[in-house]
Design a protein around this ligand. Structure first.
Ligand code: SIN
Length: 300
């Protein structure tokens, strides 16, 4: 495989790798190393179906099975689509349409998202519906030293309902009110505010506007002010990168080292259709799992 970094704080294209074929351990170590280092990887011109998408995803850890849009006969493979059939969306039409990182609201955090582009919207030849990322390695490094010291051991609360209610209230989302069952299954959780990344060994800022509601060790007002500062800081233009889609792109990204949003700049009649797996950070924190990738990074 050939790794071609894009010109920016994040992103690389991986050429000459057919992801529908099981990877040997060395190749997987190289992919994991590139994922830690570049945060977002594009594998162009892949031929995938739900079965091969899930098989590739499972190399990285356990695939989440209870997503919105997860109504195919393939548990764990969700459809993101604004296409309607018989009056109903065939998948989730507005997934991720503001800044967040997946599954920070779960006790086991999210590790990798795996998204395959089937239909990409275009207008007058211009590609729409990109996915934008921001680097949380860069955001941590760019923080003022006194904040790094003061919040070195701080924890933050993440709440699934924050993003859901924001989409309904501010983004005209067709999603229904959260059910009691959803609230019961997704109570708020706590994670460290700064994490050591399991592949790079560097610190990252683990907070996002979508789900983070509170820095637990600060009084409420101070927490609100600090979060406001962190949310602005982590979106500085120099940390950001937009992926512009081509059909048959497979895009994977590191949900620990980045935050992202789907750009909703297309109309209902301009179709965008993708399938996705979301991988939990079950295996990546296990001793030894990231070791080959760390060795690749050390010798690169
Ligand atoms: C997501 O947040 O996983 C969806 C991103 C996208 O559709 O571009």
């Amino acid at each position: 495989m050939i790794v071609k970094p894009v010109d920016g704080p994040l992103g690389a294209t991986i050429e000459q790798l057919d992801v529908s074929v099981p990877m040997d351990d060395d190749t997987f170590g190289q992919v994991l190393a590139a994922l830690g280092r570049y945060g977002v990887l594009r594998f162009p011109d892949q031929r995938l179906d739900p079965v091969s998408l899930k098989a590739f995803s499972e190399r990285f850890g356990e695939v989440q099975t209870s997503s919105r849009g997860d109504k195919t006969e393939h548990p764990g493979v969700s459809t993101l689509s604004n296409i309607k059939r018989d009056g109903a969306y065939i998948g989730s039409p507005d997934a991720g349409q503001d800044w967040h990182t997946d599954m920070s609201y779960r006790d086991v955090m999210g590790f990798v998202n795996v998204l395959y582009g089937i239909t990409v919207p275009r207008r007058d030849g211009k590609v729409l519906g990109g996915t934008e990322f921001s680097s949380m390695h860069a955001a941590y490094e760019g923080l003022p030293a006194d904040i790094k010291t003061r919040l070195a051991t701080a924890t933050a609360t993440h709440d699934f309902s924050k993003f859901w209610e924001h989409m309904r209230r501010d983004k005209n989302s067709p999603r229904p009110p959260m059910t009691e069952e959803q609230r019961r299954r997704r109570p708020p959780v706590t994670h460290p505010l700064f994490l050591t990344h399991p592949i790079t060994g560097r610190k990252i800022l683990y907070a996002n506007p979508g789900y983070t509601t509170r820095i637990n060790e600060l009084p409420e007002r101070e927490s609100d002010e600090m979060l406001e500062f962190l949310f602005q800081h982590q979106l500085r233009p120099e940390y950001r990168y937009v992926h512009s889609w081509t059909e048959k792109d497979l895009l994977i990204w590191d949900n620990l080292g980045t935050i992202h949003r789907a750009i909703a700049d297309y109309r209902p009649d301009e179709h965008r259709h993708m399938i996705r797996c979301q991988v939990l950070a079950t295996r990546v924190f296990e001793p030894g799992f990231a070791e080959p990738a760390m060795q690749h990074l050390a010798t690169a």
